[in-house]
Design a protein around this ligand. Structure first.
Ligand code: PPS
Length: 285
């Protein structure tokens, strides 16, 4: 298997390592979503794992035992990876599933399912910076090159899972009661309030103490020390642990420390062009 290269599946770049056309096609055309599935969907580096930790804690009434004893990839498999699909197929319901897929590649069974979807989004400049750092030590990803080069790749959608703009716009068209949208910035600004909204969407009631426990165990610091969630158990073949950490900074606005004024202005220009007519004000706008 060749490392650090991508292939395209229906026009979307994906890593050669861990993905196959065969399992993607199965997932898209045959995989059955069940009515009691909860699927976290996001563009990479948008706060996916944070949401997965929150969901695991909510499901267990704030008790951290499950999230601290079962690996994230077994709790909430990524259905588009060959291994994740296998875990999902053997997962007793109710299932927590995860994907970074754009809407057009999502399992077709969604159209007849009442499964719940939580779509997490984040300021794309912070997504870019998080991806740039992650790509330096996560072996399936292409080397990012310089920041100047990576900004261009990101804006042109020449990164895994394609264009951030297409991803967000595609999913935002899914205006259905079983699709819930939330941003990384909202989680940061008011985690307790966000957890309450997620509980309401899931139809799960937590008392005040249980809510406090979810907030406590989903904090950056506690998650950073949770071996089941901090990616420290990922084999060296996939991740060069000496070069960086998945739980990097966990803040909003880190892009200001990495993009030059010119890069940021260029980004804004493309952003305005691509997001024209979307008619939504995002927390980072
Ligand atoms: S991935 O690899 O695409 O699944 O990454 P993803 O989980 O979507 O996003 C990784 C970023 O989320 C940050 N993170 C958190 N921030 C705040 N609080 C908590 N608990 C938390 N958990 C993960 C993580 O640090 C990555 O952001 P950066 O900016 O790189 O720190």
């Amino acid at each position: 298997m060749t490392e650090r290269t991508y292939f395209t599946y229906k026009g979307i770049p994906l890593p050669t390592m861990g993905y196959s056309e065969e399992s993607l096609s199965y997932m898209e055309n045959e995989f059955q979503l069940l009515d009691d599935d909860v699927v976290t969907v996001s563009y990479p580096k948008s706060g996916t794992n944070w949401m997965l930790e929150i969901l695991g804690l909510i499901w267990h009434d704030g008790d951290p035992s499950w999230v601290q004893s079962v690996l994230m990839s077994d709790r909430s498999p990524w259905i588009e990876t060959a291994d994740g699909l296998n875990v999902a197929l053997n997962y007793p319901p109710p299932r927590f599933l995860t994907t970074h897929l754009p809407f057009q590649l999502f399992p077709k069974s969604f159209l007849h399912s009442k499964c719940k979807i939580i779509y997490v989004m984040r300021n794309p400049k912070d997504v870019l910076v998080s991806h740039y750092h992650f790509a330096k030590f996560f072996q399936p990803l292409e080397e990012p090159g310089t920041m100047e080069e990576f900004v261009e790749k990101f804006l042109n959608g020449n990164v895994i899972y394609g264009s951030w703009f297409d991803h967000v716009k595609g999913w935002m068209k899914m205006n259905r009661p079983n699709v819930f949208f939330i941003s990384y910035e909202e989680l940061h600004q008011d985690l307790r309030g966000s957890v309450k909204r997620i509980c309401y969407f899931l139809g799960k009631e937590l008392d005040s103490h249980q809510l406090d426990e979810v907030v406590k165990y989903a904090s950056f610091q506690i998650m950073k020390d949770n071996k089941m969630s901090n990616f420290s158990q990922i084999p060296e073949e996939y991740m060069n642990h000496k070069k960086g950490k998945f739980m990097r900074k966990g803040i909003c606005g880190d892009w200001k420390n990495h993009l030059t004024v010119a890069q940021s202005e260029h980004f804004d220009h493309v952003y305005q062009e691509k997001m024209q007519g979307v008619g939504v004000t995002f927390p980072w706008d």
